[in-house]
Design a protein around this ligand. Structure first.
Ligand SMILES: Cc1cc2nc3c(=O)[nH]c(=O)nc-3n(C[C@H](O)[C@H](O)[C@H](O)COP(=O)(O)OP(=O)(O)OC[C@H]3O[C@@H](n4cnc5c(N)ncnc54)[C@H](O)[C@@H]3O)c2cc1C
Ligand code: SF4
Length: 442
């Protein structure tokens, strides 16, 4: 075990930083493609050859500026982006060699500015306009930063104690330490954004009051908690999101079983299972009702989990958590088979009659995604599949109200970089609207 892992229970950041020498050598491997496919593949369209060239010439500050002009949360994205599916997956060197380590180079440059207290951006000249942003996750923070750079006065309302959204509370420390997310929020606060934590829309403030007080409102409220499994014994099931959150703030207080089952097969399930394994569970098994082909986790996450020693049982659906004296002793399951495609386009799993069986278990964790927040309906916003419906300029059905991030992601996989891009583009759309309104008033 590495020294730092002794303090984190093996949950410390997995990838070490690149040394100055390693970063330069890696940067020199880049072909600096014209019309680079990696830049196209990055949802925030960072000028990747541009920032890598600056690393090659030792200009780390300039490199970080190139990154953060396009993606203010470049330090987080460098760690959490599924690079195999995005920028690195598009690298032309994939075919014959190995792709450039774009994520790790991005981390090298952005860490340099945070470690040296360098502030790259300043607030824009004041426009006299005020915007409220709700939710300090990647979407809200990115929107707030862009608006502040354009000169608007921004107040950011966040219901939790700390800003950062899932980067602070949901992404495991193996990928991103909490300090990185908090340092980015601090940088955005220094742009003049007034971040008010412990302030919840729907409890402490209303949408009507925000619409009255501000020229525009952006909602970046993410998604809700874990849905129920809806089976007997559910009360003893550990919530995967809470499990991950505890691993970030109090790993030493967590108790892990020996025979752990995780229900679900997306990235929350992989993360929850990894934590259980690293905290010392003897056997961790992921149960998924569809087959390996339909699992929502990325291929590289699946391979990572296998290397961690995590088992997978596909076409398996839990139907009851078995309890004795309030303790979990087993999990009753039914075998599934795949039928015709459902509304999601994936094969619908159906129980095989008479195929029930029992697995021994002393801990069950559910990780089956996140619910749509009830607030969306309560606010009276038009929806699409339960998500906030927006137009191409991120406008919702309510005047002056915009939205972005996970709460609008009716299609495609939710990710930090997509939420960051939404926030940036929504800020630009709000700016255009405010500029147009000011011109019309003259
Ligand atoms: C376990 C897990 C692991 C993940 N791992 C990855 C990964 O490795 N890579 C990746 O790219 N993506 C990952 N994701 C997805 C990624 O975290 C999200 O796509 C991203 O955080 C979405 O940003 P957001 O700002 O839309 O929402 P969130 O990050 O959820 O932020 C929403 C914010 O709004 C606040 N809020 C909600 N309601 C209110 C209210 N009424 N009033 C005030 N504030 C409110 C919340 O407290 C929160 O701070 C993961 C998600 C989970 C659950
Ligand atoms: S933000 Fe993510 S996808 Fe874009 S270049 Fe950086 S690591 Fe790659």
């Amino acid at each position: 075990m590495k020294e730092e892992d002794r303090h984190t229970g093996g949950l410390g950041e997995v990838l070490p930083p690149l040394s100055e020498h390693e970063a330069r050598v890696e940067a020199y491997r880049c072909l600096f493609c014209f019309d680079a496919p990696c830049t196209q593949a990055c949802p925030t369209h960072i000028d990747i050859p541009g920032f890598i060239k600056k690393i090659a010439t030792g200009n780390l500050r300039g490199s970080a500026r190139t990154i953060m002009e396009a993606n203010i949360l470049g330090a987080t994205c460098a760690r959490v982006c599924p690079v195999e599916e995005l920028c690195e997956g598009a690298c032309v060197l994939n075919a014959e060699h190995r792709p450039i380590m774009i994520g790790r180079l991005q981390r090298h440059a952005t860490d340099h500015v945070f470690e040296n207290g360098i502030r790259l951006f300043r607030p824009g000249s004041p426009t006299g306009r005020k915007v409220a942003v709700v939710g300090a996750g990647p979407a809200g923070l990115s929107c707030a930063a862009e608006l502040a750079r354009l000169g608007h006065a921004v107040t950011l309302y966040e219901k939790r104690e700390m800003p950062g959204g899932l980067s602070t509370y949901g992404i495991i420390v193996l990928r991103e330490p909490v300090e990185v997310a908090l340092a980015e929020a601090e940088m955005i606060a220094e742009l003049g954004v007034d971040i008010r934590t412990n302030s919840e829309l729907g409890r402490d403030i209303t949408l009507d009051s925000l619409r009255e007080e501000y020229d525009a409102v952006f909602l970046g409220i993410g998604l809700g908690g874990s849905p129920d499994l809806g089976i007997p014994g559910e009360e003893r099931v550990v919530d995967g999101l809470e499990w991950i959150e505890r691993s970030k703030f109090e790993p030493e207080k967590m108790t892990v079983g020996n025979e752990v089952h995780v229900v679900g097969a997306g990235n929350t399930a992989i993360d929850a299972a990894t934590i259980a394994r690293r905290l010392g569970a003897e056997r961790v098994t992921i149960l998924y009702r569809r087959s390996e082909r339909e699992m929502p986790a990325y291929r590289h996450e699946y391979e990572f989990a296998r290397k961690e020693g995590i088992d997978f049982r596909f076409l398996t659906q839990p139907v009851e958590i078995l309890l004795e004296d309030g303790r979990v002793t087993g999990i009753r399951c039914v075998r599934m088979r795949l039928g015709a495609p459902d509304a999601s386009g994936r094969a619908r799993p159906e129980p095989v009659p008479g195929s029930e069986f029992t697995l021994p278990a002393d801990q069950v964790i559910k990780a089956i995604g996140q619910k749509k927040p009830a607030l969306i309906e309560a606010l009276g916003l038009a929806t699409e599949k339960g998500f906030v419906r927006v137009d191409e300029d991120y406008r919702t059905s309510i005047a002056k109200v915009y939205a972005g991030g996970d709460c609008i992601r009716a299609k495609g996989a939710a990710s930090t970089v997509m939420a960051t891009q939404d926030g940036k583009l929504a800020a630009r759309a709000i700016h255009q609207q405010l500029v147009a309104a000011a011109a019309a008033a003259e």
